[in-house]
Design a protein around this ligand. Sequence first.
Ligand SMILES: Nc1ncnc2c1ncn2[C@@H]1O[C@H](COP(=O)(O)OP(=O)(O)OP(=O)(O)O)[C@@H](O)[C@H]1O
Ligand SMILES: [Mg+2]
Length: 363
Amino acid sequence: MERSPFPHHGPLEPDQVTGRERLAVDLAQRITDRRLTALLGPRRYGKTSLLKRVAADLEAVGHQPVWIDLYERTSIADVAAAVDRGLAEVVGPVRRMLDEIAGPFSVNLGLLGVQLSRSPKQRPDAVLTLRNLLEVLTTAAQRHSLFVVFDEFSGIANVQGGAAVLRTELQHHFQDIGIVFAGSAPSTMQALFSEQSQPFFAQADLVEIEPLADDAIVHIIEDGFEATGRGTGGITSRIAQFAQGHPQRAMQLADALWRHVDEGATASPPAWEAALADVRRHVDAGSDRIFSLLPPGQQKVLRAVAAEGTVYGTTASLLDLPAGTARDAADKLVGNGILHRRPQQLALVDPLLADWLRRRFAI
Ligand SMILES: Nc1ncnc2c1ncn2[C@@H]1O[C@H](COP(=O)(O)OP(=O)(O)OP(=O)(O)O)[C@@H](O)[C@H]1O
Ligand SMILES: [Mg+2]
């Protein structure tokens, strides 16, 4: 079967990332300038894809990336395993240098998982191991241009003492090593990067990944259809309007439309309706689940924002939503990444959750 030009599960390949040129250049410059940076943004906005692209661009000109994924890490041993994996993924001459540096620390890169699965008595000490691995990293950075991406950095907040070990090991070296943190849990990321208790992290510049511009979305869809012998029939602007800059949702909708258009044919309004119905069928149960787990104040805020973009309009008063409750609930929803503040109004991050709310509730 023909492969869809609109992948929407997980990160893209570096050469598939488009529409983010300015931010890609900015991030690459920050890394080479050794400016500590945290890339923030909603889930599925393309943070990992963009940083993989930046990493590939920099690697092509001789800077070695080390990719450390802290997704849902729960213990120091777990963080050490993530760092070990990141170092072990490096190949070529830099890998040989890393192995050489690791030798005196009795660290065998890539084998930590095996060592950690031993009985507690034979297992290496987790904190010491993490320190050693980070020292391998910082020592290597003195000999070769190297940078590290901590993806899903908010995961460190669940690890007791994890942020402190990273800070101690990295704070005196960030002139030598490029460091980017990325994460999507807004309240956790804000807390990690702004608290007085985290002086090292507080030095990081916070950079937002913005919604994908409508014309970038339109271009991506036009290109994908054209490359596979299909026409969009002007439906692209409808997708862009529906997606509200959400990259993954835009690709998911484009993919659904593409599946309704045969090679050599052109998309039509009925095809778009059918595609939208497919996507709704796919995500409605998930929207229902997210909504039903929220407390009543937050549910009302979501309904009001989906309907009117504000918690102070007629919907809010019809739902008996007092201003104080609305403010607190809206702050929580921004903190957990369900809402974001746009210049003029509040908006749902996920256009398909907004769409479900508008269909599910008459007001
Ligand atoms: N520049 C882009 N152009 C087109 N689509 C994109 C772009 N960036 C991301 N996407 C879409 O978004 C999806 C998710 O991207 P990615 O995994 O990089 O996001 P993320 O912000 O790291 O998400 P998560 O919060 O789940 O880690 C991709 O599969 C793709 O469909
Ligand atoms: Mg990601």
